[in-house]
Design a protein around this ligand. Structure first.
Ligand SMILES: [Zn+2]
Ligand SMILES: [Zn+2]
Length: 137
């Protein structure tokens, strides 16, 4: 199978993912809201051994959450702050931020997890208007 490639926003950290994704989930936990600065995370899970760094591994910073989800690891590019793949807490699988991928992983999200913590202002994207570009030029 051809590897899927991914990278951070500045491009200094890059990786390849092989193997078949196990799951694609939206996570609404407070830890994901805080660390993404957004409404939820959108992560793929791949089997252990699926991710290979192709550049910039030395720029990856590890942060371990002590507040919202104590012990939960976060990895990001030290240069641009983008989330990058990390091993799960039990080291059994890779958690890959879907927005870091450079091509279609070939599956769609199937579940919202930690829905009990979802933002009170959440609305489904299908409930609000869509614009091809910015709302105001
Ligand atoms: Zn970067
Ligand atoms: Zn989460």
């Amino acid at each position: 199978m051809k590897p899927i490639t991914g990278s951070c926003l500045c491009g200094k950290v890059a990786f390849e993912v092989t193997g078949t994704p196990i799951k694609f989930l939206y996570c609404h936990c407070r830890s994901c809201q805080k660390s993404t600065g957004s409404i939820h995370a959108a992560n793929l899970a791949f089997p252990g051994g699926s991710v290979r760094w192709t550049q910039g591994e030395d720029l990856i910073e590890l942060f371990v959450d002590t507040q919202e989800n104590p012990g939960f690891p976060r990895c990001f590019c030290r240069s641009c702050g983008s989330p990058v793949p990390k091993l799960s807490r039990n080291q059994q699988f890779w958690v890959v931020p879907s927005g870091s991928l450079d091509s279609d992983p070939g599956l769609k999200p199937t579940a919202n997890i930690y829905w009990a913590e979802h933002a009170p202002w959440y609305v489904s994207p299908d409930q609000i208007t869509k614009h091809e570009g910015p709302l105001v030029q």
